[in-house]
Design a binder for this molecule. Structure first.
Ligand SMILES: [Zn+2]
Length: 336
């Protein structure tokens, strides 16, 4: 008999813990709502880098006389500090995170490396490749190789196009044939515009020009190729006025918030995304990480959208999934 209060309490406690264990087991089987990350890099190399503190609070000045730190990230103790993968483990680690978080990703890189990712996770990888080879090398792929990649190689997006690292405008006639090919084949293009990190031009890449990330530099290109679908990578940060002007004038243009979402002070990041949404472009903002070294960066970046108190639950789903599904013309039901 369980008539005394202590026995009744114990019985309820046992029952409750049994019930919660059961519901945990059921939840574990329910997958998280789907997410599309439109900006991941397939890497095959390991950088010797230390842990990174996302959303640094400030960028430090440097002195040309001393040792110059690329990016100017403040070396601070932070939680979470993000760590690079062990040598040779990066692809496996990122794909495991994508499985855990229910992420499908556009993965950019040279065709051979991207193919490795696609073979390892066919259902989670949308392959992308570009004509700009490496960052700021000035070397470009041949038109014929690209045509093959997009017609018979299974590639779906032309990116990341890194002309800004070469100090070249996306409307420069010298690269127009690549964009003409994308328009002809109805392949969307993803172009790096805006962010560079502190000291990009004077410390690491002498040809990089901040001014070549101005979103309005895309206007002539879009006028020449009215059917081109464009993903402005990094949302042209920090040029919000120019970005909004371009979005208003061109309704085939979307933005991604990759890189910017974890590279700059958090209030600044939230203000920038909020401006895009408040201006009426909530259906053209796509989630992305610019995943390139630290596997836990994806979960961290997703949490910034999920914790944004200025976004409604529907706007969060649109940014994390629906907008990219529409831009990429994925044959899928919209997610609520
Ligand atoms: Zn970029």
């Amino acid at each position: 008999m369980l008539s005394d209060p202590i026995s009744r309490f114990l019985c309820c406690a046992v029952l409750l813990s049994f019930c919660s264990a059961l519901s945990f087991a059921q939840n574990a089987e329910v997958k998280a709502p789907p997410i599309i990350d439109v900006h991941v890099h397939a890497m095959d190399i390991n950088f010797p880098v230390s842990p990174m503190c996302p959303n640094t609070s400030k960028f430090t000045a440097s002195d040309p006389k001393g040792k110059e730190e690329p990016f100017g990230w403040v070396k601070e103790q932070c939680t979470p500090a993000l760590y690079p993968s062990a040598p040779g483990e990066y692809m496996k680690d990122v794909l495991a995170e994508m499985e855990r978080l229910n992420v499908t990703a556009v993965v950019f890189g040279d065709p051979k490396t991207v193919q490795k990712w696609k073979d390892a996770a066919p259902a989670r990888v949308i392959p992308g490749t570009s004509f700009t080879l490496g960052m700021g090398t000035g070397q470009h792929a041949s038109l014929e190789d690209l045509r093959k990649a997009f017609t018979s190689g299974g590639f779906k997006i032309m990116g990341e196009i890194g002309l800004q690292y070469e100090g070249i405008s996306p409307s420069d006639p010298s690269v127009d044939a690549y964009f003409a090919l994308a328009e002809e084949l109805d392949i969307p293009v993803a172009i790096h515009m805006g962010t560079g990190g502190s000291g990009r031009a004077n410390v690491t890449m002498p040809k990089f020009r901040g001014s070549m990330g101005n979103p309005l530099l895309l206007e002539e290109l879009l006028a020449r190729h009215p059917k081109l679908r464009v993903q402005v990578m990094h949302a042209g940060y920090p040029m919000i006025e120019e970005m909004l002007t371009l979005l208003q004038a061109n309704s085939h243009v979307y933005v991604d918030v990759a890189g910017l979402i974890w590279s700059y002070p958090i209030q600044e990041v939230n203000r920038y995304i909020e401006r895009l949404v408040d201006a009426g472009f909530e259906d053209r903002v796509m989630f992305g990480t610019d995943q390139l070294l630290w596997p836990k960066l994806m979960a961290y970046s997703i949490s910034i959208i999920q914790n944004a108190d200025y976004l409604t639950p529907q706007q969060k789903r649109d940014i994390l999934y629906n907008n990219a599904a529409r831009f990429l013309r994925m044959d899928t039901v919209q997610s609520k």
